[in-house]
Ligand binder design. Structure first.
Ligand SMILES: Nc1ncnc2c1ncn2[C@@H]1O[C@H](COP(=O)(O)OP(=O)(O)O)[C@@H](O)[C@H]1O
Ligand SMILES: [Mg+2]
Length: 269
């Protein structure tokens, strides 16, 4: 079926030394979907995104993208790899992995240049995406000297410059101030409205109502333990507790300390 972007069947992946990271994942992603992958630390979210981005390949089972099986072609068939890179972009959790050029400008231009766009087109994209992400003032800066929020915007700009059909975001709002979080959420929502498929790994439950229509919850068993609409997953307190997804806050009241949990949809007192 042409509207299927990714199809995963019984996917298993283990890191060298046999650390299992994904243990039997079945997942179908259709064009234009907005998906969140949530789960406690170490449940396999980043590994999934790397598989979807063709950076690693399953040890068992199969990953297909746009109707073609993803396999080690990335290292052997340059044309296929270019086609894939034009369609799928990953914004890494750690922007330092993504940004390696001497200037922000070069980092943003790197992807489109690699993919064979003309210098004029690259220049046009650079101007456009730096406007969208509000980073024009940073273009001549050294990426490593930027703040974490600035780096995240530059990393997103470097993917937007490729204008892929599918955006993969790994913890896009972690460690950012509220206005940068707002900007990134708006970017995700707007990209989806333009028809882009969005898959976001996050454990920030407050944002998933906006960035997802469907939520997949990864459990400690490295499997999908639940799939559903954000409201139905977020309102199930015992499920969230069992999966280590509710925040526990330490509070002081009249010198007495107590712990309590916040549900993601409750106001934070
Ligand atoms: N480079 C690596 N080498 C060995 N094990 C790894 C590596 N990266 C991740 N893992 C393991 O794989 C599992 C899933 O990790 P990850 O996909 O990073 O989870 P998440 O993104 O949900 O926090 C964890 O048990 C983690 O320890
Ligand atoms: Mg991760």
């Amino acid at each position: 079926m042409s509207d299927i972007v990714f199809e995963l069947t019984e996917v298993h992946y283990s890191y060298p030394g046999k650390f299992p990271a994904l243990c039997g994942i079945d997942l179908t992603v259709r064009s234009g979907e907005k998906i969140a992958v949530i789960g406690a630390n170490g449940t396999g979210k980043s590994t999934l995104l790397q598989l979807l981005d063709g950076l690693i390949f399953p040890h068992k089972g199969q990953v297909s993208a746009f109707g073609e099986r993803l396999s080690e072609w990335a290292h052997t068939d340059e044309n296929a790899a270019h086609r894939f890179r034009k369609r799928v972009g990953l914004v890494f959790q750690n922007a330092d992995i993504q940004l390696f050029c001497p200037s922000v400008k070069e980092d943003i231009a790197f992807g489109p240049l690699q993919l064979g766009f003309s210098t004029k087109e690259v220049e046009r994209r650079l101007l456009e995406v730096s406007g969208v992400l509000d980073i024009r003032h940073l273009l001549d800066r050294v990426p490593h000297q930027l703040s974490i929020g600035e780096k995240r915007r530059v990393a997103i700009a470097s993917v937007l410059a490729i204008d892929p059909d599918v955006y993969l975001f790994d913890e896009p709002t972690a460690g950012l101030d509220p206005s940068t979080v707002r900007h990134i959420i708006d970017f995700i929502v707007e990209a989806n409205l333009r028809g882009k498929t969005i898959i976001t790994a996050t454990h920030d439950l407050h944002i998933i109502g906006e960035i997802a229509d469907t939520v997949y919850v990864f459990g400690r068993n490295k499997q999908i333990v639940r799939e559903g609409a954000p409201e139905s997953v977020l309102s199930d307190r015992s499920f969230l507790e069992a999966n280590n997804l509710v925040h526990i806050h330490r509070h002081h009241h009249n010198s007495k300390e107590h712990l309590h949990q916040h549900m993601p949809l409750e106001p934070h007192e």
